[in-house]
Design a protein around this ligand. Sequence first.
Ligand SMILES: *[C@@H]1O[C@H](CO)[C@@H](O)[C@H](O)[C@H]1NC(C)=O
Ligand SMILES: *[C@@H]1O[C@H](CO)[C@@H](O)[C@H](O)[C@H]1NC(C)=O
Ligand SMILES: *[C@@H]1O[C@H](CO)[C@@H](O)[C@H](O)[C@H]1NC(C)=O
Length: 435
Amino acid sequence: MLLSGCIIDEDVIYDGSHSIETISFTMWKNAMAAAHALVYALVWIVTTTNGKIPDVFVSCRFSEDCLLPCAFKPAAEEVIGWTRQEVMVHSFAQGRDQLDQQHTHFTGRTALFTDQIAHGNASLLLKLCNTQDRGRYHCHVATTRGNQESFVIAKVEAPVQSLTLEMTRLSGHEELKCSSRDVYPAPHVSWYTVPPEPLDTLKPITRKMANKNGLYSVESKLRKLPRKDSSTYTYFCTVNSSYDTQTWRASLQERELSSEEGGELTIPCLSPMALHNFTLTWTFTSADESKDILTFNSQTELTSNQWAGQAQVDHDLILSGDGSLRLQNPQNAEHTGTYTCTFSNGRSHHMVHIWVNITATAVERLQAEGSSWLWVFAVLLAALAVLVTVLILCRRKKADRSPASKSAEVATEMHAMSTDERENGIQSENSNQTD
Ligand SMILES: *[C@@H]1O[C@H](CO)[C@@H](O)[C@H](O)[C@H]1NC(C)=O
Ligand SMILES: *[C@@H]1O[C@H](CO)[C@@H](O)[C@H](O)[C@H]1NC(C)=O
Ligand SMILES: *[C@@H]1O[C@H](CO)[C@@H](O)[C@H](O)[C@H]1NC(C)=O
């Protein structure tokens, strides 16, 4: 009984201890599980922070092909899935593309390098990129070795390809217009002048518009500044887009020049900044018709001159930024007009418009004035000659009939009489009317 009781007690104790043991065991088990979970979590954190492949950044050019890289440890039974924000971009399983779930945005524009997959290359070729293709792409590869994943962040850019700066008079006053088109993302336009003026004096107005492809056209206008002293402003317009570190720049200057015909005339043109690998072109515009004068290439140091013998430039001076044109024997009719000098190298265009007025020489002007007087003089002389001839003829006719002195008297009398007669006639007419 005692024993039994004891046993019972023991049992009880045992039972009790058992229950305690069970509790502690469960606690231990739970603690172990928690520790395990912690370790697992730590391992997971370590693997996901250290072991995870960092995002790859890719810059795609608008309307060109773009490669989104993805590499994995090669193993059999590859299942590749490319997605972007839960949208199916491309998938591959059982040795071939599985495109029935592909989003229509990507239809016909994606491809894997099938022959490279066995070598652990799951890179995606995205063809004809557009502005809607940007985003974070997920590459997921499942093989017999397990799952592997990586991300590619793709941006799309359409870099600045041209910049135009021109003077317009469309709105009634003289304006400078700087424009560029088909750029993505929206470009940034800024202006400055030499000599400098504060931006709130320039007050440019810039408009940006996106076309249906998402590409931007930008147009910025600036009123021509009133002329200060004798200085001529050089206007600069710069355009840059955020993905493109290089800036496009255009400048424009307008000048006037007056010179006499003949001799040699130097039309000045200085590049406003040092350029490498540039071309210099001179054109001539008269009566809305433009002609090329010459082009100089700084790399080849060759000039193609359409005005050979009439115009020339100095190669050494051009290379140091002085593109001045020397005109031989300029003539008023042929050479009066606007000369445009342009220094350009890819992203920079510097233009100087020079309105050149070739005036006739002093001697010629005198000759011109002299000849006009001569003409009047000649007419007078001719008139006088005719008068004299008439008089002489009359005199001769009268001399045949009567003495010369009388004929003159008669002529005078006849003249007086005819005048009297006419006056009388008029008078009589008037009197008739009054009667
Ligand atoms: C995958 O293959 C393509 C085509 O040969 C190659 O251009 C690309 O660099 C490769 N990418 C990787 C991650 O190996
Ligand atoms: C363009 O360049 C200016 C400096 O010249 C800079 O402040 C601006 O952020 C750039 N804009 C873009 C869109 O990159
Ligand atoms: C000029 O162009 C040539 C060939 O295009 C290039 O090798 C050289 O680096 C360029 N020079 C400069 C200063 O840009």
